[in-house]
Ligand binder design. Structure first.
Ligand SMILES: Cc1ncc(C[n+]2csc(CCOP(=O)(O)OP(=O)(O)O)c2C)c(N)n1
Ligand SMILES: [Mg+2]
Length: 363
C-alpha cells in the first residue's frame, strides 16, 4: 500500500508581517526584510507607478474611453511583492486585477489598455513576458497554471508558475481541482490568493467555514501560509520561500495574502451599497503605500530624488497609456475569430461569415 506522506497540519492564523502598518519593523525573525537598497527603491517605484496608472485607467473609463476597468488600488504590495522575487521565465497566471504584476514584468500600459478597451482580447504582449492572458472566468486559470508547471517539470526546466487567485475564486471547483492536482503531482506552482475581503458584493466570510483560506492547504497536503498582503516585504519574502521550494522539487504552496480592495469591484460597481465607510477607513489606515514609504524613510532609503524619479516615471507611463487609448481606432471585429486558433476551424469560419453578412445588412 502506498504510504501517506506527512505534511504540515497547522497553519498560523497570524499573517507574516515584516513592517507594521505604522511603518516600523516587527519582531518577525523567520523572514528577512534586508533587501539591497536598489531593490527596496524599485519595489517602492513599482507600487507608486501601479497606483498612479490605476488612477489613469479609472479616469479613462469615466471619460468613456474604456468600457470597464477593475482597479487594484490597495493591493499593490501583494502583487508587487509576489512578482518581484520571481525569475522573468517564471510564468504568471493572473486573474484580471494584477496591474502591479503586469507593470513589473514590463508589459506596457498600451498593452494593458488594449485589453480593457477590447482592442486585443488575447493579450499577445502578455505572453511574450511569460504572463498568461487575464482570466475573466473565475478560477479557470488555476488549472492552466498547474498544467504549465507540470509541463515545466517534465521538460526538466527550473521554472515555477504562479496562479493569482481571488478569495472568491477559491470557492470555484476549478480552484480545488488545481490545488489538489498540483499537490498530488508536486507541481512547481504557487497559489497566491489575494484575499481582498470581497468577491464583488460577497464578503469573504461567505466563501469558507474554515479558519482561513490558507488552512485549506492542510487538506490538499501542501504548506499554507498567511501573509500581510499590505506589506510588500512580507509578500516578497513569503513568495521567495515558496518559489524556492517549488523550484527544488518541494511542490506547491498556498499563500493567502490578506489585503483590501479599496475601490469598487469594477467601474460598474457601487460598493457603498454593501460595505460601510468604517470598514474602508479601517483599511485606509493600513494602506500599503504610506506604510512602506515610512519604513524606507526610517532606514534612509527614501529620498526626495527617489520620489522625483518615481513621479517622472508615473507621468510618462500615464501619458503613454492615455495616448494609446484616446482616439484609438476600433478593432477589426473579425480578429475575434482569427486569433482563437493558429488556423481557423470550419465552425468559426462559418460564424465569421454569418456575422459579416449580418453587419453588411445593417450598414
Ligand atoms: C465562473 C465565473 N462566475 C462568476 C463570474 C462573475 N464574477 C466576476 S468577478 C467575480 C468575483 C471574483 O472575486 P475574487 O475572486 O475575490 O476576485 P476580486 O474581484 O476580489 O479580485 C465574479 C463572481 C465570473 N466572471 N466567472
Ligand atoms: Mg476578492
Amino acid at each position: 500500500m502506498a504510504e501517506l506522506s506527512a505534511t504540515q497540519t497547522v497553519v498560523d492564523i497570524e499573517p507574516v508581517t515584516l513592517v507594521a502598518p505604522d511603518g516600523t519593523p516587527t519582531a518577525e525573525d523567520r523572514y528577512s526584510r534586508d533587501l539591497p537598497p536598489e531593490t527596496l527603491s524599485w519595489l517602492y517605484e513599482m507600487m507608486v507607478v501601479t497606483r498612479d496608472l490605476d488612477v489613469e485607467f479609472v479616469n479613462l473609463q469615466r471619460q468613456g474611453e474604456l468600457a470597464l476597468f477593475a482597479s487594484c488600488r490597495g493591493q499593490e504590495a501583494a502583487q508587487i511583492g509576489a512578482a518581484a522575487c520571481l525569475r522573468k521565465t517564471d510564468w504568471l497566471f493572473p486573474q484580471y486585477r494584477e496591474i502591479g504584476a503586469f507593470l513589473l514584468r514590463g508589459i506596457t500600459p498600451a498593452q494593458m489598455g488594449a485589453i480593457w478597451r477590447g482592442m486585443w482580447h488575447g493579450g499577445l504582449g502578455f505572453t511574450k513576458k511569460c504572463v498568461a492572458p487575464i482570466a475573466i472566468p473565475i478560477g479557470t486559470h488555476g488549472l492552466h497554471a498547474v498544467g504549465a508547471a507540470m509541463a515545466a517539470q517534465r521538460l526538466g526546466e527550473e521554472s515555477v508558475t504562479v496562479a493569482f487567485l481571488g478569495d472568491g475564486a477559491t470557492s470555484e471547483g476549478d480552484a480545488h481541482e488545481a490545488l489538489n492536482l498540483a499537490s498530488v503531482f508536486k507541481a512547481p506552482c504557487v497559489f497566491f490568493v489575494q484575499n481582498n475581503q470581497w468577491a464583488i458584493s460577497v464578503p469573504v466570510s461567505h466563501q469558507l467555514a474554515a479558519p482561513s483560506i490558507a488552512h485549506r492547504a492542510v487538506g490538499y497536503g501542501m504548506p499554507g501560509i498567511r501573509v500581510d498582503g499590505n506589506d510588500v516585504l512580507a509578500c516578497y519574502a513569503v513568495m521567495a520561500e515558496a518559489a524556492a521550494r517549488a523550484r527544488e522539487g518541494g511542490g506547491p504552496t498556498l499563500i493567502e495574502a490578506i489585503t483590501y480592495r479599496l475601490g469598487p469591484h469594477t467601474t460598474s460597481d457601487d460598493p457603498t451599497r454593501y460595505r460601510s465607510q468604517e470598514e474602508v477607513d479601517y483599511w485606509l489606515a493600513r494602506d500599503p503605500l504610506p506604510r512602506y514609504r515610512t519604513y524606507l524613510q526610517s532606514i534612509g532609503v527614501w529620498t526626495d530624488r527617489l520620489e522625483g524619479r518615481v513621479a517622472a516615471k508615473s507621468k510618462r507611463l500615464r501619458t503613454e497609456l492615455r495616448d494609446s487609448i484616446v482616439g484609438a481606432p476600433d478593432m477589426d471585429i473579425t480578429d475575434m475569430f482569427d486569433t482563437v486558433y493558429a488556423e481557423i476551424t470550419p465552425t468559426l469560419a462559418q460564424q465569421r461569415e454569418q456575422l459579416l453578412a449580418e453587419l453588411a445588412k445593417e450598414a
